[in-house]
Ligand binder design. Structure first.
Ligand SMILES: Nc1ncnc2c1ncn2[C@@H]1O[C@H](COP(=O)(O)OP(=O)(O)OP(=O)(O)O)[C@@H](O)[C@H]1O
Ligand SMILES: [Mg+2]
Length: 284
């Protein structure tokens, strides 16, 4: 299996007026073709900063350093913004939580889906349209041929997220990064979208970096999982092993917080993670 992404000792520091935020404190992981890695952790643990700095979309004042940050063997941290722009959408694509912020409300889906591959890869309009229709069909948008000419507001939230996924796959990326792609959707739609991403990852054989705070998502789709806490990876391993016997107290806490039908007594209190104890553990 070929290596798609190699991240070694990645750090992200953000200078602010109150001092420097060490958002990511030297994390390492890699991802092979066709493999799904879930980066899981609570809010503020550094998941999005990790994802954004891989594709060069971090906030401009952030300082990103890494011993190695390679996509398909190409060192990402030595590329210019222009080279990174070319890479995005082609070798790597990213989808976010809220499709409405990523879709342009004033442009048709056709314009938004075809523009990138026409500009970056020189694909002819007719071929780009055919690819777009094919992908919209794949992600389950009915009557794709006609709907291609509609605007984002003419679609439901779930459909917009499906369109985002189709758009991300237009350049046939080797790596798809999905940053909490379903948290803005209701639960039944969440399950459908996760199922869709998993099916597409198998069929199109791309590497998937799935970012989530939900161990349910890990159980549903991860081959491997890395648990982030306070900007560090505190535990990594095959998803089934980490789920079955988590080693780090934070992972144990996260998993214990999931209500399990038949095991959790209705009305009982779920465990709460004791951050003070974990912080002490980190210091010692
Ligand atoms: N633009 C910014 N300026 C300063 N600090 C920031 C900025 N963006 C993020 N941070 C800080 O970096 C840390 C990591 O944030 P990040 O967005 O990666 O968390 P996350 O794990 O994605 O959380 P969530 O689950 O809420 O999306 C947090 O402490 C956050 O406050
Ligand atoms: Mg985030």
């Amino acid at each position: 299996m070929s290596k798609v992404l190699e991240v070694n000792n990645l750090r992200v520091d953000i200078p602010t007026e109150q001092g420097t935020v060490h958002a990511v404190k030297g994390i390492s992981f890699s991802l092979n073709q066709g493999e799904t890695l879930c980066l899981v952790g609570e809010s503020g643990s550094g998941k999005s900063m990790t994802a954004l700095s891989i594709v060069g979309l971090q906030t401009p004042r952030a300082r990103v350093t890494a011993e190695r940050l390679e996509l398909l063997g190409k060192p990402l941290n030595s590329l210019s913004q222009r080279q990174l722009n070319q890479l995005r959408g082609k070798d790597v694509a990213i989808i976010f939580q809220d499709p409405m912020t990523a879709l342009n409300p004033t442009l048709t889906i056709e314009r938004q889906m075809t523009e990138g591959v026409m500009r970056h890869e020189g694909v002819r309009r007719q071929d780009a349209r055919t690819r777009a229709i094919d992908l919209l069909n794949k992600v389950g948008i009915p009557q794709a041929t006609e709907r291609l000419y509609q605007y984002p507001h003419q679609f439901s939230g779930g459909q917009r997220q499906r369109i985002m996924i189709a758009m991300a796959l237009m350049g046939k990326p080797s790596l798809l990064i999905a940053d909490e792609p379903t948290t803005a959707l209701d639960v039944t739609i969440q399950a459908q979208i996760l199922d869709l991403i998993r099916t597409l990852a198998t069929e199109l054989d791309f590497a998937l970096l799935m970012i989530t705070h939900d161990f349910g998502v890990v159980a549903a789709m991860a081959d491997r999982v890395s648990v982030m806490y306070g900007g560090k990876i505190v535990e990594s391993g095959p998803a089934c092993e980490v789920l079955k016997s988590p080693q780090h107290p934070y992972t144990q806490g996260l998993i214990a917080c999931i209500p399990v039908p038949g095991r959790t007594t209705p009305g009982s209190r779920l465990p709460v993670i004791d951050h003070e104890k974990l912080a002490v553990k980190e210091l010692s």
